[in-house]
Design a protein around this ligand. Structure first.
Ligand SMILES: [Zn+2]
Length: 362
């Protein structure tokens, strides 16, 4: 997949076409059934592999049904929490020599230990493929993309993976000087963007909230923006659309999901899930009971096809819902609604409260 350019063809979008090809489906009418079949097969493989190679899951999955035929059986499996990512070696399913990238994150757990996540070269390649597909709607071969996310110099950072994903397809990927990405340096960033003259941006919502004040006329060639890294406040989306009049799509992803997870389509009605790499459940924030589609609760992800550190029913702490019904774009993919807040679990008792995202910035 890397190095080619995704085409939607007769599917609703590039993401559908990519997923259809991955599960051997040839028509849009068969996509939902093909995805479901492949998802549950991938989950059964993930569970068996985790139980065989990870110390934590060998213990935790003992006695569980490891060939779950559907959502009810998945819901019977135990959760994984941020605290379980320390020590991370307990989840690792490959020899240390196969780890290509390690990421350390400030914890959202109750113990104060940092979270560490490992990825193999194949894990990173799957993310690169998703990035190429997710960006296909916004930027075309021969155009320029400016990635405003920090860390472009770090190998396998999000900015670097975007470069790896898109440059083989003929997109020039640029990053502003790191000093222009610091808070309060929007004038420097605006100047560097005017010089770069990109067709597309990948940016944090906080950058998008402020940049129109420094670039009221926009950028001459700018036609599309992907917002990523934090939830996109509706006020920021409205400001960008009013000032710059370009396409703006939102992306949801966590390091735990291999950075990429779900991306908005031009119908602007939820983010389409990367369905062969993540299974999403929404659970009651207190009791952990699975909630029906349309109800808001904690986002729980199970990674599929991940080599280094598969995560089974991982409680993300984000509050959102799965949107019922089909998308206006015609895609049958499940869609994640807006992230309404974040669950903060404090103290050794794991007491939890929900913090709403502030308006106008994330
Ligand atoms: Zn759609």
């Amino acid at each position: 997949m890397s190095g080619t350019w995704p085409q939607a063809g007769f599917f609703a979008c590039e993401l559908d076409a990519w997923l259809a090809a991955s599960c051997g489906v040839r028509s849009p009418q068969s996509l939902a059934r093909g995805l479901a079949r492949e998802q549950w097969a991938a989950l059964a493989r993930t569970l068996r592999r985790a139980a065989a190679h990870s110390a934590l899951y060998a213990r935790r999955l003992r006695g569980c049904n490891l060939s779950p035929p559907g959502p009810e059986e998945l819901a019977a499996l135990p959760f994984t929490t941020a605290d379980d990512l320390h020590p991370w070696e307990n989840i690792l399913c490959v020899p240390l020599g196969e780890v290509e990238r390690m990421v350390t994150l400030r914890t959202s757990g109750t113990t104060g230990h940092p979270k560490r996540l490992a990825f193999t070269a194949k894990d990173l390649a799957r993310t690169r493929d998703f990035f190429a597909v997710g960006m296909a709607r916004l930027v075309q071969p021969g155009q320029r993309l400016a990635v405003l996310l920090p860390g472009a110099q770090r190998p396998h950072s999000v900015a670097d993976l975007l470069r790896q994903a898109l440059e083989p397809g003929g997109v020039e990927v640029l990053s502003p000087p790191p000093e222009c990405l610091k808070a309060g340096q929007e004038a420097c960033l605006a100047e560097s963007l005017l010089r770069a003259d990109p067709h597309c941006l990948v940016a944090l919502p906080a950058q998008l909230a402020r940049l129109p004040d420094f670039l009221p006329e926009g950028l001459p060639r700018l036609a599309g923006i992907l917002s990523s890294g934090e939830p996109l406040p509706p006020e920021t989306a409205a400001k960008i659309r009013a000032c710059w009049k370009c396409e703006l799509l939102d992306h949801y992803g966590l390091t735990e999901t291999g950075y990429g997870c779900a991306v908005e389509c031009p119908a602007h009605n939820g983010r389409h899930l990367r369905a062969l790499d993540v299974l999403v459940e929404i659970v009651d924030t207190v009791h952990g009971r699975v909630l029906p589609w349309g109800e808001e609760g904690e986002v729980v992800v199970t990674t599929l096809n991940r080599e280094a550190m598969p995560l089974i029913r991982y409680r993300t702490g984000d509050v959102a819902s799965l949107l019922p019904g089909p998308c206006a774009c015609g895609s049958p993919l499940p869609r994640l609604g807006p992230v309404a807040g974040r669950i903060v679990r404090d103290g050794p008792q794991g007491r939890s409260r929900i913090v709403a995202y502030a308006k106008g910035g994330a």
